[in-house]
Design a protein around this ligand. Structure first.
Ligand code: GRF
Length: 197
């Protein structure tokens, strides 16, 4: 089974949804490692609870992004991770990771891209007064939320919806869409990779 690394910086509810899919036998990969850039992130406790190894790599410990990302690559190699799943990872992926894992990094974003890329996508949608927003899963390239779109699901914003209410609706959709989409990509990926005997 292909080994995944989940990258996260915060609460990790998407990490949890992916691990839950693994626990109930519906995930076509194995979450082999959590990569986190913040020692205080809640997601680390989740990984511990679930018995999933985690590594905290802090950008401030490195003079250059290359060194920071090489330290992550070293861990990914150690844990034999072949596919990277960004789930609330609040850093741009640089050339070191991109080159090594080209076409094998996905991200989830809480808007219908290309609308509202970047920080606080839900706030941006509310400020514009849109009636429909949503969730996008996309491949990662060097831009900010710009890579090829894989899957999208709409979420309606009703009159009187609070910010928290919209966020909850979006996260409910994310927790279903992300494991499903990861499975679709892994299925496709497996068909493309020749089987060595
Ligand atoms: C999600 O809404 C995701 O779309 C965005 O960051 C948030 C992470 O939430 N990229 P969580 O840490 O998975 O709860």
């Amino acid at each position: 089974m292909i080994k995944l690394a989940v990258f996260a910086s915060g609460s990790g509810s998407n990490f949890q949804a992916i691990v839950d899919a693994q626990k109930n036998g519906t995930l076509l990969g194995e979450v082999a490692l959590l990569v986190c850039n913040k020692p205080s992130a809640k997601v680390i406790a989740r990984a511990k609870r679930e018995g999933i190894p985690s590594v905290v790599v802090q950008p401030s410990d490195y003079a250059f992004k290359t060194g920071y990302e090489q330290a992550i690559v070293d861990k990914l190699v150690e844990y034999e991770c072949e596919f990277l799943v960004l789930a609330g990872y609040m850093r741009l992926i640089g050339p070191t990771l991109l080159k090594r894992y080209e076409g094998k990094i996905v991200n989830i974003h809480p808007s219908l891209l290309p609308s509202f890329p970047g920080l606080d996508a839900i706030g941006q949608a509310l400020d514009k007064g849109v009636k429909v927003t949503g969730v996008t899963v996309h491949f990662v390239d060097s831009g900010m939320d710009t890579g090829p779109i894989i899957a999208q699901k709409a979420v309606t914003i009703e009159e009187g919806d609070t910010r928290q209410g919209v966020q909850e609706k979006i996260q409910r959709v994310e927790h279903i869409l992300y494991p499903q989409t990861i499975n679709e990509i892994l299925t496709k990926h497996a068909k493309e990779v020749p089987i060595h005997e």
